[in-house]
Write a protein that binds this ligand. Sequence first.
Ligand code: ARG
Length: 475
Amino acid sequence: MTDGAEPAGRGHLWHGRFDVGPAEELMAFTESRSFDVRLLVDDVACSKAHVRGLARAGLLTEEELGALLGGLDAVEMEFRAGELRFEPADEDVHTAIERRVTELVGAVGGKLHTGRSRNDQVATAFRHHLLGAVDDVSDRVLDLVEVLAARADEAGTGDGAAYLPGYTHLQQAQPVLLAHHLMAHAWALLRDVDRLADCRVRLDVSPLGAGALAGSSLPLEPAATAADAGFTAVFENSLDATSDRDFAAETLFCLTMVAVHLSRMGEEVVLWSTEEFGFARLDDAFATGSSMLPQKKNPDIAELARGKAGRVIGDLAGLLATLKGLPLAYNRDLQEDKEPVLDALDAVRLGLGAMTGMYRTLGFRTERMAAAADSPYGAATDLAEWLVARGMPFREAHAVVGALVRRSLDDGEDLAALVAAEPSLGPDAAALVAPGASVRRRTTPGGAGPGPVAAQRVQLAARIGSARARRGDRA
Ligand code: ARG
């Protein structure tokens, strides 16, 4: 016996071939139970489908089947009650479940793993878990989309609708309705919901029955077991089924895209809530104070939405790096698939909840937005387009208006007065520079003015409805 090793005993899955049990250092380094315990309920559900398949194949009597199903249910109940105790030899959640079922139901517990390897088992449980997680994240994203839509309704498209400067290069460009701005985020998030639904199709495939890598000599029917476990499809190739982690990487990419969208929204709230912008006021319940500076109100949710995106991007990069060099089929490296995805799930789920609350309660300072948007230079493109409508080539119109803007900036002259005095423009054109005039001229489909924004809101409602209905079909 080497130092730190225990005698081989019944505590270890592979004791038959080994003289001594695993070293403590080996267990400490290689165990996954500390994190894959989050798959316990999924593993029990898939294991129940597996044993029913064993019974259909004539490998279990009705009595043995009943004992195993009862044992699996009991383990899940102990777990939910916080009473399931783990042993040092429980290398992963699968080992722990088998060990505990065997303690509860006796020797028949030894039949649980018939025709199955942890290689197909872990891929099955992980996919099962992610199906539920993807649905949960989709629901939460839709909650945020609905809050944005409701805030867009408040901001309005009619008389007195709120508007603010639209930016490119973070320089004021043209005014846009606040409703338009808020819905821009909603559309991005709806694409995330679509992406998750698409990813879900490829998640919804059972690897169970692929065994360690090559299938089994026993008369198992993987398709029937897949359906019993709630999967829509079954694997086609046992090597692929046990070693593919595209499903994990793709789910993680979808989560990363949500995190990046939340980060961009967060960055905006950070800016808007500064004294300098002053476009938004955080609700007390969704802001933090400073431990030292009594006057401070900090946008910590928005900052952490931004900050956690960095970590989630790291999760995705790390998982892809783990996968890139692996030969077929299962390699223990694959155990590294779970932590990054679960970490990203936690960050995105909590982030969505916090950002939804923050957006629901955010105060918009529409008078500040309007004052910023009413800078006369925001109407420069309208002036050029006014000339174009009267036959002037756009490039020439651009130069005429550009020269007036420069004079106004250099000499501090009022742009409206310069426009009125300019022969090719005149007093009619000067009206375009009036507060609130420019945004009303954005009339093209998908544009930022009242007409197209009202139409867009109808489209958004339809898309939210179809996304909710698609989720309802799965519920
Ligand atoms: N805990 C492992 C994982 O998460 C599954 C165990 C497979 N181990 C093995 N030696 N075949 O991937």
